[in-house]
Design a protein around this ligand. Sequence first.
Ligand code: CTP
Ligand code: CA
Length: 250
Amino acid sequence: VWPPVRGADWRGRKLLVTAGPTRAYLDPVRFISNASTGLMGFCLAEAAAARGAEVVLVAGPVGLDTPRGVRRIDVETGAQMLDACGRELGSGEVDLVAMVAAVADLIPAEPATRKVGKEQVLDAFASMRWEAEVDILATLTARCHASPEAKTRFLGFAAQTVDEAEAPRAEDVETELRRLGAAKLERKGCDALFVNRVGVPGLGFGSSTNAGLLMFADAETLDAGEPRPKQTLAHWLLDQLAARWWSDEV
Ligand code: CTP
Ligand code: CA
């Protein structure tokens, strides 16, 4: 049966979901970005809204329709995404922030304010200075931990490549994902992290299916199993998070 009948178990919860890539502009018409299509984040937003949650979706540039019942804020850059998230978090109780977006890691220190002509591109861009993009997730968790009454939970997403040569067996891949995930969970200060392997068919960016490990900061790691449609994976994630964090509430 699709959609699965889970009732409105997320009613009364507010979710902030980010999705898609961000852009780092070199000049007004050129940018660097990444291969994120936004599908995983949009599926999570859609699933939560279908289960009764109030959902705000902060979306980078993607070609996807807004899921039913979701309030969408479109952004392009990491700075705009941080801004939009900060405003939503400041404006009321958010139960869960799911940072599914693939935020660009580096941005030009001084982007050109006018379009650079073809004759000047090498001069202008080859020696360009870069700086690290603001870490949205780490910034938001730090802000939240600074106010002790805040009860917002943070879920990060990490797409990792695992080198075939270094991890020839399936259990080596899992060990490596756990190692990378545990370090990132700690570094980001988030409550949970979904770690998925990319660079192999059926997983991650651009794929309609996904699989991975749901790692909790203070509990055991859960394996999402065989690759499955991102729609069903989204529901599985909501099942696990609700069971872990809110099952004792009425
Ligand atoms: N993230 C973020 N701001 C950034 C980079 C990442 O908020 N500037 C968030 C992503 O949305 C994701 C999580 O951090 O939820 C992990 O992203 P990832 O790219 O895996 O981590 P990085 O810290 O950027 O490390 P690396 O790219 O080296 O793996
Ligand atoms: Ca990154």
